[in-house]
Design a protein around this ligand. Sequence first.
Ligand SMILES: Nc1ncnc2c1ncn2[C@@H]1O[C@H](COP(=O)(O)OP(=O)(O)OP(=O)(O)O)[C@@H](O)[C@H]1O
Ligand SMILES: [Mg+2]
Length: 263
Amino acid sequence: MPADAHETLILPPPLRRVLPAARWERVTRGESGAGVWRSQRFVVKVQGRGNLQFPSSLQQERERLRYFTGRVPVPRVVAYEVEGGLEYLAMTRVPGLDAAHPDVLFHPDRLVSLLARALRELHALPLRECPFNMSLPVALARARERVAAGVVDESDFDDERQGRTAVSVFNELARTRPAQEDLVVAHGDACLPNFIVNGEFIDGLIDVGRAGIADRHADLALTHRSLGRNLNPEYAEQFLDLYGRDVVDPQKLAYYRLLDELF
Ligand SMILES: Nc1ncnc2c1ncn2[C@@H]1O[C@H](COP(=O)(O)OP(=O)(O)OP(=O)(O)O)[C@@H](O)[C@H]1O
Ligand SMILES: [Mg+2]
């Protein structure tokens, strides 16, 4: 096998029929054949099917993209296929840059205000129309499955938790579970690379495989942490101010950061 075999995107025939011929550039790298590729107009995600290592399947991502269409800005689904143990999800490429790009981070005040507004809008969607339940009973059950399957990367824990085990994190989550959930339609992985900024707007929420009804802090915790890392803690706090301090609970921010360690 040539050394670059995994560098080339080999599309299953049904996808080749709907996607125009293009030069595919690799955006992220997964194991054997998995990853994200983009052309000028399209993005194709590929991952192993039924592999617990992935926090969500591409089929789940497709369902959520469909639900979000017409409600919040998301890419349009072009095709979904399963072949040779791999899932393929093709969607339109949203023009712009993801929010972790240096050119976007160069305008931090604008970015923080765009993110606060985008999450406010998302979290204002009516719960009764959202078919996906990602509340704590569901999230903790999935977390338990991942811990049991041994797919949690303990070396990737936040600094303050280095050296701990996935089991001990899970036990802490079970012990300190908040009594009440402030439920909204949540993105589920609201870190900066998952927002596409185009000029003055957020034109794309992407990577929505874990979206669904959950506590608003599931999103606030990850955006807050991501801003702290990509910019600084002051901008992270400014984001919470703009989103609305009245609904922010610092203990829940910590809780949902902890939960994210298992995904
Ligand atoms: N539809 C899209 N339009 C524009 N850019 C996209 C789109 N989908 C993905 N990207 C770009 O590719 C990056 C990775 O895509 P995505 O977030 O969906 O994959 P991922 O599962 O997070 O991958 P990884 O976990 O390996 O980072 C995004 O951060 C973004 O820069
Ligand atoms: Mg992503």
